[in-house]
Design a binder for this molecule. Sequence first.
Ligand code: BGC
Length: 832
Amino acid sequence: MTACRPAVEEHIQACLASLSLECKVHLLTGASFWSTRPEPSIGLRSMVFSDGPSGVRGVVWDERVPSLNLPSGTALAASWDPNLAYRYGAALAAEARDKGVDVVLGPTINLHRSPLGGRSFEAFSEDPLLTAELASAYVRGLQDHGVGASPKHYVANDFETERFTANVEVDLRTLRELYLAPFERAVTEGGAWLVMSAYNSVRGTTMTENELLSTPLCTEWGFDGVVVSDWTAVRSTEPSARARQDLAMPGPRSPWREALVDAVRDGRVPEDAIDEKVRRLLRLAARVGALDVTAPSTALDIAALDVTAPSTAGPPPPIKDGPALAREVCAAGMVLLRNNGVLPWPVGGPASVAVIGEHAALSRTQGGGSATVLPEQISHPLEGLRAALPGARVGWSRGVPVHQGILALPLASLTDPDSAEPGLRARYLGADGQELLSENRRAANLVWLGTLPEGITTVELGTRYRATETAAMGLSVAAAGQVKVLVDGIPVLDTDLAPDGTSLGGALFAPPTAVVEVPAVEGNELEITVRYGVPEAIAAGRVAAITVGTSAPDWSVPDGIAGAVAAARDAEVAVVVVGTTARLESEGFDRADLNLPGAQDDLVRAVAAANPRTVVVINACAPVTMPWRDEVAAVLLSWFGGQEFGHALADVLLGHAEPGGRLPTTWPAAEADVPVLITRPEEGVLRYDEGIHIGYRAWARAGRTPAYPFGHGLGYTTWEISDLKVAAAMPGHSARVTVTLGNTGDRAGRQVVQAYLSKEGSAVDRPARWLAGFASVHAEPGTRHQVSLTLPARSFAHWDNGWHTEPGAYTVHVGTDAEHLPLSARISILPT
Ligand code: BGC
């Protein structure tokens, strides 16, 4: 943790001394949905926070203020490359600065405990060490460029079901060795300026009131930053204020404010606790440049105000070419799971490609929920391939319906009736029906997170929609509240849509949908008006969401398979892009099973039978089963690939870039094999009874073989690994391991060498093996390299009311995934 200079601490103390109790307490609740309160008397401006974590949306959710959409967290993790994670953080810092954002709400460093996790796409891995390495690099990348990082969600927030209330029962050893470990490194090595406390409870206490906020976070790890709550997670006055919870977001409403002033006056919360919270808030402000440290309360040497005290010559400049980085990360994280030699395509590429699947034309570049950003443009696989193969015949067949629910009306078919510009006319009406604002919008799905103009009770959207086919169209509106629809001036729908459950997230990210059939004629325009009465409870928080669209085609009618098969038969190669949907991988819920939605498995099988050079691209972040995986020529896992997905995919298929990724999480063959699956709490409690045995550790312990193990990824060349050498280590010291790695293929490539430990005859329960170190190597064909891996002292330690290192022999296993570990050697930890 980089400390603030003493002069800054003195200045903060002087500021603190000048503030009244009311003023101090009010600083501890947000001023708005995304910002903190300013206090001009001490030169404190408001600080702006933004989601995150794979882009910086800024304070508005608005297609007119676009953001860089980097590949999702799991895609980054698949690169196993902390340097890339650093540059990812640096690119976000550049975005943040452009948008006036001081703090990015990321990285998400919960673990992939179960493959059913609906929000796993934001998180990195099932392994704490890999997560920790990437987390600390991401944090440094952001903060070296003056923007605060907020690793989240502290802690054990590894599922979404009942996410606001579930209590996780987990033993302390498991917490320390698995779930806390990435936060520890993000603080002690990354130097995080904030940590976000989670919604859930751990061991019976909700996280914003939990003792874990003090120990180990502050007392052991030396965290001197701000604990910001997850949005609305502060739900009490005294218990949360007495805990090491510093900032309640969002504002301006919160259970603190006046109630907390009273609690301090009555002696129920000590004023010292308030002072410490404010001190940390001001320290954050100094770090991000929001506190004018030249204000007159102390005379300061400006040159000494290097508040973050970066070590040496200063950080590299922030990454400015975000799209180029998005493309690089996407390729670097793609995992080639299987390849019978069809990839990469020969120089020049195929003469004809049958591109198949809904995801090929409308891919998922990111997961859903608060992580969503609105990119300026997206390259989908079909476009990417067409751009890369200008001389080839690249056709598209949809195959089977996959996307569920509502598909927003596409901008290309919409005209604003008022301005004749593309898009829709949004009119915002007050209680008396008076128009308070009118604007042109360029998207038919609109979200306001704390930004709905004040006093609005109705949002009216009007557009002229040019129909794309002659058929009855399922005109749909998704929103929570009163919805009226008029087509060509005639009322066709008037309904009150109740949200599913009581959560705000449900109303925003999975609102109920109403559908009405409307006859449409290709090329003709329909004048559509939607009046949305925003319920008071939602409008009070200045949040709302509405989508106007068509209902996605019915899954039970997979009538496009024959067309896809014919196209595949007629082309040199077939590329089938399959994936999950926004109803499956998103914040707010977990998945019910691991199947690809719809009839995608049938589609793949049929296409593979028609074309032996079928490549399947999986556009999902959480594992899906692939019953056809041995029937296809190649399987490439692209994750949610960010805005440059299509271009990066073309780079990889054509061999311009290597699919550099290795699995950060085990991919099972069948759901029944998965050792840790359950994400649904029982009577409010989710038990982590498997303890330290999750992911590949659990697979090895159960003696089961997954479809593709943790760490697996083929790349485009072949490797030979030999000559393992280890050196004995003293307890409390890291150990060194070296191997020789040869690139035996005819292409340059990158390999990730992985070292795992096991301890036979241990006095304590141990994982069958656990990742202890890794190193990535780039090698030209025919070259050999000595690779050195550092196994940190902590890799040998276990938690038993303190960190302990058992002396004696451990086995180091080295190889290229958790199951292919051809080299092993004994390593001794000497007794003290
Ligand atoms: C999410 C956080 C997010 C916050 C603000 C919460 O619902 O859990 O990850 O940063 O909202 O959007």
